[in-house]
Design a protein around this ligand. Structure first.
Ligand code: SF4
Ligand code: SF4
Length: 263
């Protein structure tokens, strides 16, 4: 059995040993000494206090969805989570049937009015529709999640910094946070709102080019350690004032029209 010790940190991985196949990926990918290397390949959380707050690095890579987090408050669920619909075959489990997957999250402010959000959504769908079948051949599934950042609370939950955002296995495909005035979101909120500008190569785009999205997905799948563990120490999150005024302005407009036109 796996021993427990008193934990001071409020964020650390919790292993579901009934699903864990002891592949050792989580231990291999954590550079922070959270797991007990003496117990490889069994994942034993030896140093929970070393785990990085709000890191999902090992959970995003567990092929069994066997990792959740103490202190989880982001709405994250294991991307490879088994639903209990496993095969009812003979149970001999002779080969390795574990399926690898990549989680693509799209976080946006508005898909009705905003040209950037709508354009990015379309580009992402086009890229995934092409890549998903090819990646399936390589044994990967691509799971796409779309999340409307409708309120400040939701923004905080997802540590949202700029709209729109695409994350691959939790990593933002755009390393910069350049923004420019977004007339569409300004109309929605009645405030001046800056939205994301995607920088790729030497150029800037209000809607990311397909090459940028595809490269980020392929890099995550095949880039190995070059992409890092994805559990860099996160900065303390504060919802950008730009977004706060967007949410407040949107709410104020809704109240002033009594929900008849802006809902
Ligand atoms: S990655 Fe998942 S299945 Fe593999 S050892 Fe860790 S918890 Fe178990
Ligand atoms: S990979 Fe990240 S979440 Fe997993 S144990 Fe290491 S620091 Fe914690």
């Amino acid at each position: 059995m796996h021993s427990k010790k008193e934990v001071k940190n409020s964020w650390y991985p919790v292993i579901d040993y009934t699903n864990c196949t002891e592949c050792g990926i989580c231990i291999e990918r954590c550079p922070h000494g959270v797991y007990d290397l003496q117990k490889v390949p069994t994942p034993v959380v030896q140093n929970p206090e070393s785990c990085i707050d709000h890191c999902h690095g090992c959970g995003n890579r567990c092929p069994q969805g066997a990792i959740v987090y103490a202190g989880e408050d982001t709405g994250w669920i294991p991307p490879h989570h088994k639903t209990g619909k496993q095969s009812l075959g003979c149970g001999c489990n002779s080969g390795d049937h574990s399926e690898k997957s990549v989680l693509v999250e799209y976080l946006y402010l508005d898909l009705n009015t905003c040209d950037r959000c709508i354009g990015t959504d379309q580009k992402l769908e086009e890229v995934v529709s092409v890549l998903a079948p090819a990646l399936k051949l390589a044994g990967y599934t691509v799971e796409t999640r779309k999340i409307e950042i409708a309120t400040k609370d939701i923004a905080e939950k997802h540590r949202f910094i700029s709209s729109p955002t695409i994350r691959v296995n939790g990593k933002d495909i755009c390393k910069s946070t350049s923004e420019s005035d977004c007339g569409c979101c300004g109309k929605i909120s009645g405030t001046q709102v800056d939205c994301r500008v995607f920088e790729y190569g030497e150029e800037s785009f209000e809607v990311p080019p397909k090459e940028m999205i595809a490269s980020a997905i392929l890099q995550e799948v095949f880039g190995g350690s070059e992409m890092g563990c994805g559990c860099e120490e996160p900065d303390e999150y504060v919802c950008p004032p730009n977004l706060v005024s967007f949410f407040e302005g949107k709410e104020a407009k809704k109240v002033s029209c009594e929900g008849n036109c802006c809902s």
